[in-house]
Design a protein around this ligand. Structure first.
Ligand SMILES: Nc1ncnc2c1ncn2[C@@H]1O[C@H](COP(=O)(O)OP(=O)(O)O)[C@@H](O)[C@H]1O
Ligand SMILES: [Mg+2]
Length: 167
């Protein structure tokens, strides 16, 4: 019998910034050099908050904030492990803009790349990646759909689900 639910995606509801941060931390612990995480969702839905957690999980140095004047910030590892490249495409207006950014150097580089507003450059995203869609539920509640493409990311999703739900 084929399964009713797929194994490449799951939904999570977080009830506070601290919980979103903790999910990011667990995810960060599972990510490896070269991994790409695409984030989609309106302003204030928690993309940067999750990225801060990923930075904690990866044990990188520096305070993670939305890149305001540049489109990417680079965070080196405290000890060993990959860099975190935090990309924000909020200010990117069209595809030609995106081509000029040199995004591929990050995506196909050997750090972990997290991309806010990834939907603004959907065509430039790698085929295999984790895609997280954020939605506002109420003041403290956000829903996340965590979806993997590719075997490597399917394994990350399975491990993350265990790490979040403890099952
Ligand atoms: N469950 C939650 N998860 C994440 N952020 C939350 C949550 N509940 C409230 N917030 C608030 O929502 C805002 C999220 O901001 P941010 O992470 O910068 O969003 P984005 O990067 O998507 O624009 C913060 O002010 C945070 O305190
Ligand atoms: Mg942000």
């Amino acid at each position: 019998m084929s399964p009713i639910l797929t194994n490449h995606a799951f939904d999570a509801v977080t009830h506070s910034p601290a919980q979103t941060l903790a999910i990011g931390e667990r995810l960060g612990q599972l990510l490896r050099a070269g991994d790409v995480v695409c984030l989609q969702g309106d302003l204030g839905t928690g993309k940067t908050c999750l990225t801060q957690g990923i930075g904690i999980g990866l044990q990188v140095v520096g305070i993670i904030n939305s890149p305001t004047f540049v489109f990417v910030n680079e965070y080196p590892p405290a000890d060993k492990g990959p860099y975190l490249y935090h990309v924000d495409l909020y200010r990117v207006s069209d595809y030609w803009d995106i081509l000029s950014l040199g995004l591929e150097d990050y995506i196909y580089g050997d750090g972990v790349t997290v991309i806010e507003w990834a939907d603004r450059a959907r065509e430039a995203m790698p085929r295999e990646r984790l895609w997280i869609t954020f939605a506002y539920t109420d003041e403290m509640k956000r829903s996340l759909i965590i979806d993997a493409t590719g075997q490597h990311y399917i394994e990350i999703v399975a491990a993350l689900k265990r790490a979040i739900y403890g099952a």
